[in-house]
Design a protein around this ligand. Structure first.
Ligand code: MG
Length: 247
């Protein structure tokens, strides 16, 4: 068996050499990169902790990084390290705008179950104020599949339903690439999104087809960097540990 293994290795080596005769004589250092080094950062102790190069958008204390859509002070409730939608207070958005990003955000549907479908624990995370990653209590409640938790709303169904029970904290880790537009406003490269929900990949480099629409098809319109917007859908959904890394 050992001899057969050695013989196979020799055959593989001869085969490789025949395909690329110059490789054997090549100095391995030719393909080593030494002068460019990735910036050294300190990861968080736990997955929910912000790494040293992250921008912390909500640390559980206040909404200083957030405003209403009109730009006034955000009026959501802040208590016990979490922010919670106050019905009628309206959507809130980050004061800072972003393009490509890694986003960590934790959310919790209300423990007291009220309503069904789109009316049970509904909120949403709009990337660049336009593209909604759905937040919803989809643990047992049924709705249209491209509108459940983890969907790119009305566009892309999550690969699996990784929801926890209402009242439990859940995580979204998002890797997002913003769309690219030409000078005349046409989309050259659409947005792409990868989402890990409670440690499980539910969107894998999913193409976003355009801004979220409740009615009709999505159509891209050119834009620059945008805020992260959180939705007031009238349900007391909570968020915590929100941080972002620009990519
Ligand atoms: Mg929503």
């Amino acid at each position: 068996m050992k001899n057969y293994f050695s013989f196979s290795l020799i055959l593989i080596s001869i085969g490789s050499f025949a395909q690329n005769p110059s490789r054997e004589s090549m100095d391995p250092k030719v393909t080593e990169v030494w002068d460019l080094k990735p910036k050294k950062i300190t990861p968080g102790t736990n997955p929910s902790d912000a790494p040293s190069d992250a921008i912390v958008l909500f640390d559980g204390k206040d909404l200083s990084k957030w405003s209403t859509l009109a730009g006034s002070d955000a009026k959501w409730d802040v208590k016990d390290g979490a922010m919670t939608v106050v019905k009628g207070a309206g959507d809130i958005k980050t004061k800072q705008t972003f393009g490509d990003m890694q986003l960590h955000i934790e959310w919790r549907a209300p423990a007291e179950v009220v309503g069904d479908g789109q009316g049970r624990g509904n909120s949403g995370i709009f990337l660049q104020e336009r593209y909604e990653l759905q937040v919803l209590d989809s643990y047992e409640s049924v709705t249209y599949s491209n509108g459940q938790a983890g969907a790119i709303y009305k566009q892309s169904i999550p690969l699996v339903n990784a929801c926890l029970k209402p009242g439990e904290w859940q995580t979204y880790d998002v890797i997002y690439t913003a769309p690219r537009f030409s000078d005349n406003g046409r989309v050259i490269v659409p947005a792409y999104i990868t989402i890990i929900h409670n440690g499980v990949v539910i969107q894998n480099h999913t193409q976003i087809n355009g801004p979220t629409e409740y009615r009709g098809m999505a159509v891209y319109q050119t834009h620059g960097k945008g805020s992260i917007k959180l939705q007031d859908h009238g349900n007391p959904v909570s968020f915590r540990n929100i941080w972002v890394r620009e990519l």
